[in-house]
Write a protein that binds this ligand. Structure first.
Ligand code: TRP
Length: 350
């Protein structure tokens, strides 16, 4: 059975269609690691058998970034990226968190069932405390905002708002999905069964694209290749990828080669086998870099063109996001109505 209209609480119990949901924090510019690890698999997961919810988590963005230009620029860049990469807003729910105000209301209600102790165990919070400790700060909570402390509750509201069943995330987010399950259970137990329990989906294979220096590609290591860098710059960055000092003609090992690792993320099994042979035959690093550049660029170039066109039309993107939110708000409104009723925030006499 599939639910065509927004489900009421009772419909959720019979709902069989999987709901895949994931959010992207709007603080940066998408890079190749995001593309391979998150964007490409998410877009290819869109299909008939499941319902996909992909959204721009702008209220998560402002937790650590107090640069408004950056938040707004990043929101535009990320939206344009997903559309350029082929996300069809007719086939997936594509929206901006702040366009669904019910999420904020739900966050507050969930804050009232989530214990502080659960948040004390959050790894982002604990990392900030450890940093203060290292710096010899007398107040271990120095500079830690309530937003940072309680952000797993906001993430829980994102997920429970649409009763997502599966949440594709990076390994570092698994703990937050467990917290979401915890909070959902607490609510169901204290009031009434409103929420289904989400499951984290971690794709081990595509998870870690290496960056320029061979470590995981990540903004915090400053080793990223922005996804839609102009062609010339893309080539330049690829030429900078770290290799060892082996000479042309020397047989090379694929297992510790960032170039090979990246190539694998873009090539077919046959192409990978052919490159393995060329490593054994001693391909020169310079040549391998050229091969890699061409492979990546072949996939990216048509999307880059789309991206540039989309970036020039922010109003068009605004309309898509807005329409995406309006299409799902009947669901969030219905769920929030159930939740409010469950906790006793309801029409007098009802
Ligand atoms: N916190 C997530 C991250 O940093 C982004 C996010 C926000 C999210 N809300 C979500 C991911 C809900 C999955 C589901 O990656």
């Amino acid at each position: 059975m599939t639910v065509l209209f927004y489900p009421s609480t009772i419909d959720y119990i019979f709902m069989t269609k999987q709901r895949i949901l994931t959010g992207i924090t709007t603080t940066g510019t998408p890079h190749l690691g995001n593309y391979v690890g998150a964007i490409r698999p998410a877009i290819s997961a869109i299909g008939e058998e499941s319902e996909s919810f992909y959204f721009l988590a702008d209220y998560h963005g402002i937790i650590k970034c107090h640069d408004p230009e950056r938040i707004s620029r990043s929101t535009l860049e990320i939206a344009a990226t997903w559309l350029a990469c082929g996300l069809d807003p007719e086939k997936a729910h594509f929206y901006r968190q702040s366009d669904v105000p019910e999420i904020m209301e739900l966050t507050w209600i969930l804050n009232c069932v989530c214990t502080k102790g659960l948040m004390n165990r959050g790894h982002a919070y604990k990392a900030s405390v450890a940093e203060n400790e290292e710096k010899g700060q007398a107040d271990l909570d120095h500079g830690i905002t309530m937003g940072l402390f309680s952000y797993p509750v906001l993430m829980t509201a994102d997920i429970l708002m649409f009763n997502a069943t599966q949440v594709p995330v990076g390994r570092d987010q698994i703990q937050h999905i467990e917290m979401a399950r915890d909070i959902a259970q607490k609510f169901n137990h204290a009031f009434t069964d409103v929420f289904s329990l989400p499951e984290a989906i971690v794709d081990e294979e595509t998870e870690l694209l290496q960056g320029l220096d061979g470590r995981k590609m990540s903004k915090s290591y400053n080793n990223t290749i922005p996804l839609f860098e102009p062609e010339k710059k893309l080539r330049k960055l690829i030429m900078k990828i770290k290799t060892n000092s082996q000479e042309p003609g020397e047989p090379k090992d694929t297992s510790d080669s960032t170039l090979f690792h990246m190539y694998q993320a873009f090539a077919s099994a046959d192409e990978v086998a052919a490159i393995e042979q060329r490593y054994a035959d001693g391909i020169a690093w310079g040549e391998m870099k050229q091969v890699l550049f061409e492979k990546i660029n072949q996939e990216i170039a048509p999307m880059r063109e789309q991206y540039e066109q989309l970036m020039a039309r922010p109003d068009y993107i605004e309309d898509i996001l807005h329409a995406g939110a309006e299409r799902i708000r009947p669901m969030s409104k219905a769920l929030l109505a159930d939740v409010r009723h469950a906790v006793g925030v309801r029409r007098l006499g009802a």
